[in-house]
Every structure is written in C-alpha cells, then in structure tokens.
Design a binder for this molecule. Structure first.
Ligand code: 4AD
Ligand code: MG
Length: 465
C-alpha cells in the first residue's frame, strides 16, 4: 500500500510502477468510456487523480456511481503527466469499494461555512480547510518538542488533577466523586471535601507551572506541554475551556532570558511549519488569510517589540487623546483588554510585542516584585490578529517576599509549603512562560476562531462528543 504523500515525494522515480492506494473519494466524473476519481488519503494535502477506462475495469459502472467520501482501494500504474497541473496520475487496473457513501453525505463539494462545519465535528477533518489546520497543529506540536529537546530541556508531564489554583483566578473545574444531591456537608453548610476521593477539594489544572518549577530546580531547563482547563465564562473567539499549553521553566534566568527564549521559540515554530507545510499554508493564504505567508515570513525574521506596561498605557492614552476610542477606558492599573492589546501590536508596533512589568494587583502571586514595589516582572507577548499569545514572568525567588505576598492575598500558606520549600533549599532566579497552543495554531493558520483549530472544542455551552 502506497501513501499519496510518498507518490508526490518520489514522483519521478515512480513513473511506470504499479501501486495500490487507499483513500476517500472527493469527486467522481464519468465520461461514459472513461472517468476520473479524485482521491485523498490524508497523508498529504494533495489529491491523487485516478483515471479509469471502461474497457480495463470490470466494475466501471459501480465505481462511477460512488458518492463523495466513499472509501476505495485503487491499484494501477503511475503515469507521469508533465503537461498537466498535477505531476502524475494513476491509471487504474482495479478499484475495490471498501465502504460506500450516500448522496446525503453532509460535506458535498460546494464550500460549507465554518459555522456549519462546527456542527459536523466528526466529518470536518475531511475538508481541505481542516486537513490543513490539523496537519499544521500536528507539525507545530512536533516543532515545539524539537525546539526544546534540541536545547536540552527536559519534558515533564505535570498533573491534570490538582489541588492548587496556580493562577488564583478561581476558574477551576472541580473534580469530585460526590453526587451533588448527597454531598456531605460541614456545619456551615459547605461541602466537606475531606470526605471526597483525594481527602480535599481537587480540580482540573489551569497551568502546570508550579509543578514545572519543582523540576526546573532539579533539571535547570524544563517544559510541559499538556492540556489545561479554565471555567472562564468568556464566549469569545480565543477562549476555550480546554486548551493545551506549553510551559517552559528556566533556572538561573531572568525576564530578559525568558523573553529571548519565547521569541526564539515562536520564530522556530513558524520557520519549521513553513518548511514542512507549504501546501497547507498556500491554501490558507489563498482562502483564509491573504496576508498569512507574508506575515509569518516577516515575524520569523524580525525583532519583536518590547515595552513596559507603563509605556503601553501612555501609548494608549496618547491614542485616546488623538481621537481613538476604546470600549474600556484606559488608565494605569487596568488589565489590558483585547482591544488594547490589538491596538498595541497591530496599529502601534505592527509586530509581536512584549509588554512587561504589569501592576502586581492584576497578576498572579508568584511573579517577582520589582524594586518599585508596585509592578511585577511579567511579560506577555501580544501578536497581531489575536492579542495575548504568551503569558510569562520571572518568579519570586525570595522566601520572605513570597511569604508576605501569600499572606497579603489571604492564600492558604499550608497549601504552598512545597512551593515555599523551593525558596528554602537552593532558591535561584528563575522564569518561565505559557504559550497557548491553540492561539499559536490560529496565528499559524490565520483561522479566526479558536473553535476551528481544536479537533473537538470545549467552550461555554459546547462539548460535543
Ligand atoms: O497568561 P496565562 O494565564 O499564564 C499562565 O497560566 C502561567 N502559569 C504560564 C506560565 O508562566 N507558565 O496563560 C498562558 C497562555 C495565554 O497567554 C493564552 O495564550 C493561553 O495560555 N490561554 C488560553 N488559551 C485558550 N483559552 C483560554 N481560556 C486561555 N487562557 C489562557
Ligand atoms: Mg495571561
């Protein structure tokens, strides 16, 4: 059995050879005495044109009546066609129907909208758009492992079930074995989690960072790449309840090292995907986002902007003074909204932009306090078309400062004992970041909705399958 990808890779040397290819019908054209079947087997973006002659094929009529998406096994001879749009075709000797399809197959040739395709999650990977998106997703994942492995980082699998809220945003999905109607209660009427499976309240992780930090203090450079979950009630094009995050953590490193790593990583992913997925990117560039390839090429080869939060607020305030309107008012201390992020990266800097040193109040407890006592050593990376794609920081490595911060925020110190231990036993400057993998895939494909870069998206009100 030969894959169509192999045929394209070895086209010249395969001319005249006999091969068997199995795949799904994209179209059948019957010209009475001969006909064409366009077949795709998923091994690459391109299709195979199968030519069938009535006189060679006992079941010519059976084949010419097949519907879109029927599964066929075709054996024939590879014929080079230097003058045709495709470099070769397969002249069929025999075609077997492995599984028929029916005329009501929902994805007929005419172009379906992405909204409609979202209702066809089981079938949409068979379309050109989703074949491109999900191959790029796969290649991007491989590029991320390659980037970190080549640099000697250790891949650590952090737990999915956890008992700490890394981001402190209260957006955790509870994991419990209790039947809601019969959960044991404490005297004050709240649920007695001590009687639950883990002996305490457990949730799905929002980030692997705290666990990755443990490993960074042993291996130096580590990364996680796994699913994370957030019960954020945001029905937007860039929020999912289940998404994947890449979280490197580096020891003996500060915020600048962190941003350098993030910038190198983003450029590496883009370059790798451009090299491995030219057909997919060309298709997306043609039908989804006309500026895609130009933008990716530019990003891969030019410096990112770096600006402090305070400077960013000044830029936004100047824009307001010059007549630009934002829905959310701008003033020092606000959490940047998507519209602000997009203004900075799309209108002002016109390139990926790191915003650093955010007010401590709007960031998580673990970020390192700056000398001004007001801001923390955070760095978010904003990109055109999306906004925040990376959130990172230098971590607070000073035991006393961290203890104070945990107390100030009213967090349960006992729960963070292990985290504080890292600051007791050989603490060192360290930093890390989280890249939202789906947002990266959106950036790589030009696809505008996170629902269309996840095989089976989970968003507010939606969990099919
Ligand atoms: O900025 P966040 O919340 O950072 C953290 O979780 C840190 N613990 C990371 C670290 O330093 N190790 O999330 C990181 C990234 C965001 O920049 C965004 O790209 C993505 O995760 N993200 C989401 N992606 C899709 N849907 C959501 N609901 C997301 N929330 C965050
Ligand atoms: Mg963030």
């Amino acid at each position: 059995r030969t894959k169509i990808a192999q045929l394209y890779a070895d086209a010249e040397s395969l001319g005249g050879s006999r091969v068997t290819v199995a795949g799904w019908v994209k179209s059948v054209r019957d010209m009475k005495n001969f006909g064409f079947v366009t077949l795709n087997d998923g091994s690459c973006f391109r299709d195979l044109q199968v030519v069938m002659n009535r006189e060679d094929l006992a079941n010519y009529d059976e084949i010419s009546h097949q519907n879109v998406s029927a599964a066929l096994v075709c054996t024939g001879t590879v014929k080079l066609t230097p003058d045709a749009p495709q470099p070769f075709e397969l002249t069929a000797e025999s075609i077997e129907v492995e599984g028929t399809s029916t005329p009501d197959y929902p994805l007929q040739k005419k172009r379906a909208t992405v909204e409609f395709l979202r209702t066809q999650q089981h079938l949409r990977p068979r379309t050109n758009l989703f074949r491109a998106v999900f191959r790029i997703r796969s290649v991007a994942a491989a590029s991320i492992h390659k980037f970190f492995q080549d640099r000697g980082f250790v891949y650590v699998n952090t737990p999915i079930i956890t008992t700490s809220d890394c981001e402190g945003a209260g957006e955790m999905f509870r994991v419990t074995t209790f039947d809601p109607a019969h959960a044991p209660l404490l005297d004050d009427g709240t649920v007695d989690w001590s009687q639950d499976f883990f002996g305490k309240a457990a949730s799905l992780t929002v980030s692997g960072q705290l666990n990755a930090e443990n490993f960074a203090m042993a291996f130096g450079d580590v990364y996680t790449f796994g699913p994370t979950f957030r019960a954020e009630n945001s029905n937007t094009t860039r929020h999912a309840a289940e998404f994947w995050m890449i979280e490197p953590e580096i020891a003996f490193a500060d915020l600048n090292d962190d941003m350098d790593l993030a910038e190198d990583m983003l450029k590496f992913i883009i370059t790798y995907v451009m090299e491995k997925c030219p057909d997919e990117l060309n298709m997306l560039n043609k039908f989804v986002d006309k500026g895609l390839i130009e933008r990716l090429t530019h990003v891969a080869t030019s410096d990112f902007a770096r600006v402090t939060y305070t400077e960013a607020i000044e830029i936004l305030e100047r824009a307001v003074a010059a007549g630009h309107t934002f829905e959310y008012p701008v003033s020092w201390g606000i959490d940047l909204q998507t519209e602000h992020e997009r203004f900075l990266t799309e209108e002002h800097f016109k390139c990926p932009t790191f915003v650093t040193d955010y007010p401590a109040e709007i960031k998580a407890f673990y970020m390192r306090m700056n000398d001004d006592g007001k801001t923390v050593a955070a760095a978010d990376c904003l990109v055109p078309g999306i906004g925040e794609i990376i959130g990172g920081s230098q971590r607070e490595e000073r035991l006393d400062v961290l203890e104070r911060r945990i107390a100030e925020l009213g967090m349960d110190e006992g729960q963070y004992k292990y985290y504080l231990d890292l600051r007791r036993f050989g603490s060192c400057k360290h930093a890390g970041f989280g890249l939202g993998f789906e947002r990266m895939v959106m950036y790589l494909t030009g696809v505008g909705n996170i629902r269309d870069v996840i095989p089976h998206p989970r968003t507010v009100g939606n969990a099919e399958f």
